[in-house]
Design a protein around this ligand. Structure first.
Ligand SMILES: Nc1ncnc2c1ncn2[C@@H]1O[C@H](COP(=O)(O)OP(=O)(O)OP(=O)(O)O)[C@@H](O)[C@H]1O
Ligand SMILES: [Mg+2]
Length: 383
């Protein structure tokens, strides 16, 4: 999908704005604090109903206003409008509409358009604990696989219940019932993550080669159910080759069940579940070494951006639809040659791209079909 038009009301420093971006490359430049990142955030929020910054919804409402409103019209590359999304937030009240009809079921709202983002803080994705990685990968999986999001929510609900029972020292009959339900959803989530990584691994080498990037990038799915963290591949690779998703799920359920049996005593002592996808991690290897421990700032930037683009490519291939690509502050984050490699790749991919920078970009000769917009104090103009 491509964004054809966006309206913002009381979204951060945009009191009222309407903007028609170009179909492929959109460069947004302006001084610090102008509202460049805010505009990318508005596009992202409209699509994912969440910010990519770590903020509460209330923080996005324009200062002094009661609520905010966003509307976006999306369509195909030829310009036909296909879907209109609206998001209104006022205090605790939220209203989300698809084509004018209010959506109670967020899955159908969220299933319409997909956006990937790269922003300076995404580096935390590499260095911090596993939470951000789980969120990022689960979001990417959900975009390709609609049941993933409701099941992840169901998993959290079951987990909370089971932990409550563990704390209260619930009877074993009850515990068994909750465990069986949790196991079923857990194995579905784990298998989807595993299969997603497998398909990313198939895409990654060609993608890196096309961007002229040498070092290898590897991601390994780890579970922390035992004291020594182990790779899921080593357990499933032998049996997993060519297996159907359903067969993998029952295989996984068996593995998780065994883990659950091993930690049952400790779980009762600690009053929490010590196995399952809420504890798992995605370990990133750059050039054979753990990125978390050894990747430089620049390498972290590069690998985060490769992962974002890889996610975009995967979505495009599976859904036969262009994702929207948001790149915040690309010029200060990547050197000239890597930046060009990234942009060239996106150009051939045909995605609609939004790129911010503080300097007016010198583009036009390298990339076709790019448009430049100036942003100042929450106003967007075409200079
Ligand atoms: N809820 C809000 N209401 C009004 N203004 C806000 C709100 N939240 C943030 N702002 C303002 O938005 C501005 C920051 O916008 P943004 O982060 O988009 O800047 P930027 O153009 O990306 O700048 P930089 O080049 O420094 O990254 C700040 O001036 C901030 O005060
Ligand atoms: Mg910014």
């Amino acid at each position: 999908m491509h964004l054809q038009k966006i309206s913002l009301q009381n979204f951060r420093n945009y009191s009222k704005a309407e903007w028609i971006p170009g179909r492929s490359f959109n460069y947004l430049f302006g001084p610090n604090g102008a509202g460049k990142t805010n505009l990318l955030e508005a596009i992202y929020f409209l699509i994912h109903l969440q910010s990519f910054r770590r903020v509460q919804r209330a923080g996005m409402i324009g200062r002094g206003a009661d609520g905010m409103y966003l509307m976006g019209a999306f369509g195909n590359a030829e310009g036909t409008q296909l879907v209109r999304l609206e998001a209104a937030v006022s205090g605790e009240a939220r209203k989300y509409k698809v084509n004018g009809k209010e959506e109670q079921d967020l899955v159908s709202y969220l299933g319409q358009v997909h956006a990937v983002v790269f922003f300076p803080e995404s580096l935390r994705f590499v260095k911090e604990g596993p939470f951000l990685r789980r969120v990022a990968f689960d979001r990417a999986i959900a975009a390709e696989n609609a049941p993933h999001l409701p099941e992840a929510r169901e998993y959290s609900r079951l987990l909370r219940e089971r932990n409550r029972l563990l704390k209260r020292g619930g009877d074993s009959g009850m515990m068994d019932v909750w465990e069986r339900r949790l196991l079923r959803v857990a194995s579905r989530i784990v298998v989807r993550r595993y299969l997603y990584l497998k398909s990313l691994r198939q895409l990654m080498p060609a993608l890196c080669r096309r961007m002229g990037i040498d070092p290898s990038l590897e991601i390994v799915y780890r579970f922390i159910g035992k004291s020594d963290s182990r790779s899921w591949d080593s357990l499933l690779e032998k049996t997993g080759l060519g297996q159907e998703e359903k067969a993998l799920e029952s295989e996984t359920e068996g593995i998780l069940q065994e883990m659950a049996r091993d930690v049952a005593g400790r779980e009762r002592e600690q009053g929490r579940t010590l196995w399952g996808p809420h504890l798992d991690d995605f370990e990133i290897f750059w050039d054979g070494r753990k990125a978390k421990e050894s990747a430089s700032q620049g390498e972290q930037r590069l690998l985060t951006i490769i992962l974002a683009i890889c996610g975009a490519e995967s979505y495009k291939q599976k859904k036969n639809d262009d994702p929207i690509v948001l790149l915040d502050d690309l010029s200060s984050e990547l050197d000239q040659s890597k930046r060009m490699a990234v942009l060239k790749y996106l150009e051939t991919m045909g995605a609609q791209v939004f790129i911010t920078s503080t300097e007016r970009p010198a583009v036009g000769k390298n990339l076709e079909d790019s448009r430049i917009f100036a942003i100042e104090k929450g106003k967007i103009t075409a200079p």
